[in-house]
Unconditional design. Structure first.
Length: 370
């Protein structure tokens, strides 16, 4: 999602660099945290329609080498200079350069329409839904406990590709505790009412992930196991800036997307063996679950006669979530798809729900079945 202009055709370059047939086409999708799940859904639709037989969906993001953008003043001068035909014409624009033009603009994840970051928006959501600090820390602790257990049992062994001598992620805190989490200071609201910390929020990390999608026939002829089938998906958005009414929670779009998807699939929220809900923040997950349980919210906002109800929390992110595993924006979707597909394959059968909130007030969801 955060990429340099030189990487405008990143997927095509990646396909060629990794030895795929040079006739293989590729294209980019950008939907913040929902990028690679959106890519997965788009390609799955093309396979289902018979347009293609197989595809690779994925995403990559880095926060350790983000592009730094020049100021508008510097950009105007550089462009004016580049248009010059003679040395004098190319030099003249630089004579207007001022110290303020040299100040770069660091990339941010603030929403253009509100100026607030995702964390600040989620802090507002936590206050609206009365999600306390203790609840958030408990969910964060469980995320680390489950992720650490999954690593110990070897679950991620064949899902993570070694790189530069590293064979495992270093973000999972195997020794964390509620006491350690409680000692952390709020980050987005530093007052006494702030509840979101570095411990109960997902860390922004470097990472890449991908999944191989194919028709049953294509996989069968090549002797490749089909771990799961993507059967349904949905996308929704909320009015987080309050352009048409009361401002909604920035990360609440999955509350719309999931019930619409359930209706099309003919199932209820309780008809799942695994729930993979992206932990952008522990508070975001808790707000979403509370909204689905709320008769008032489901009636007034989702226009439903009854609440969706509660889920079995023991089925939530069984192998850890984004709070423990990290969140390279564009890579999270296919990381979750791979994790869920492997769990369903290990079970031998079942149905799993994927729910991802994104910047811009959107949500991307999907159902995998085996």
């Amino acid at each position: 999602m955060i990429k340099h202009s030189r990487d405008w055709n990143l997927t095509r370059e990646s396909a060629q660099a990794r030895g795929l047939d040079p006739h293989t086409p590729a294209y980019d999708v950008q939907r913040a945290c929902g990028t690679s799940l959106t890519t997965t859904v788009q390609l799955a639709h093309r396979i289902a329609r018979g347009e293609i037989e197989c595809a690779i969906a994925g995403g990559v993001d880095t926060v350790s080498d983000v592009p730094i953008v020049a100021s508008r003043g510097f950009s105007r001068i550089a462009l004016a200079s580049a248009r010059g035909r003679t040395f004098g014409q190319r030099l003249a624009p630089w004579l207007s350069l001022r110290p303020r033009d040299l100040k770069p603009h660091a990339p941010t994840v603030a929403e253009p329409r509100t100026g607030l970051s995702m964390g600040e928006h989620c802090e507002l959501m936590a206050k609206e839904w009365r999600i306390g600090r203790a609840e958030q820390d408990e969910l964060a602790l469980q995320s680390h406990i489950k992720a650490a257990a999954a690593w110990r049992e070897g679950f991620y062994g064949d899902l993570v590709a070694p790189y530069a001598g590293l064979a495992s992620d270093n973000n999972v805190r195997t020794d964390t505790s509620l006491e350690k989490l409680a000692a952390l200071k709020p980050v987005y609201d530093r007052s006494a009412t702030g509840t979101l910390t570095a411990g109960n929020s997902t860390p922004l990390t470097d990472g890449a992930s991908c999944v191989l999608l194919a028709s049953d026939a294509w996989a069968q002829t090549r002797g490749l196991p089909v771990l799961a089938h993507l059967t349904h998906s949905s996308v929704a958005a909320v009015d987080y800036a309050g352009l048409a009414g009361p401002r909604e929670g920035l990360l609440m779009a999955p509350t719309y997307a999931v019930p619409a998807m359930l209706d099309r699939a003919g199932v209820t929220l309780q008809d799942f063996d695994i729930y993979e809900i992206h932990e952008a923040f522990a508070a975001q997950v808790l707000c979403t679950l509370k909204a689905w349980e709320s008769p008032e919210y489901c009636r007034a906002v989702l226009k439903r006669s009854a609440p969706l109800g509660a889920i079995d929390r023991t089925k939530l992110n069984p192998k850890g979530g984004s709070v423990a595993l990290g969140h390279p924006f564009a890579a999270t979707g296919t990381r979750i798809v791979a994790t869920l597909a492997k769990q369903l394959a290990q079970r031998g059968s079942g149905r799993g729900l994927i729910s991802i909130c994104t910047a811009g007030g959107m949500g991307v969801t999907a159902i995998l079945e085996r």
